[in-house]
Ligand binder design. Sequence first.
Ligand code: HEM
Length: 127
Amino acid sequence: MNPPAPFLVPHESWEECTVGGFRIPRGTMLMVNVWGIQNDPEFWVDPEKFMPERFEGPGGTKNGFKWMPFGSGRRGCPGKNLAIRMESVSEELVYMTEGTAATMSKAAPLMAKCRPRAAAAGLLSPF
Ligand code: HEM
């Protein structure tokens, strides 16, 4: 899978906690390797394959994970509602080869257009 960056924005623990058996002291800066999580074959069936159906239920994952590409909770992605309205400008498969940068930039720029979803379109103001 192709997260927009290999690491999530840094988080900080505001109280001591335990994650995966590790004691995390209060005030620790936490870096989450989201690329590693999304490409770990222990959790995902063929993580490098484009399989949107894997997010529709537990079928595509080995542990029942569902659709969570934008994180969750109070630090979840505020751009989610903009991002899910993007669609490709053509029927061609998107060229997914990565470029080199701090974020997971694409080797070839992605052309996309923003369109309101059918349900939302009926709610748009005519003014
Ligand atoms: C497909 C596109 C996108 C994906 C998959 C994505 C994914 C994510 C993820 C996983 C996080 C971290 C959540 C966490 O740490 O729990 C995040 C944070 C963030 N995203 Fe996105 N994002 C996308 C598009 C966008 C867009 C279009 C914007 C702005 C217009 C945006 C703005 C942000 C910001 C500002 C944060 C930091 C939020 C915070 O730390 O409080 N993202 N995104």
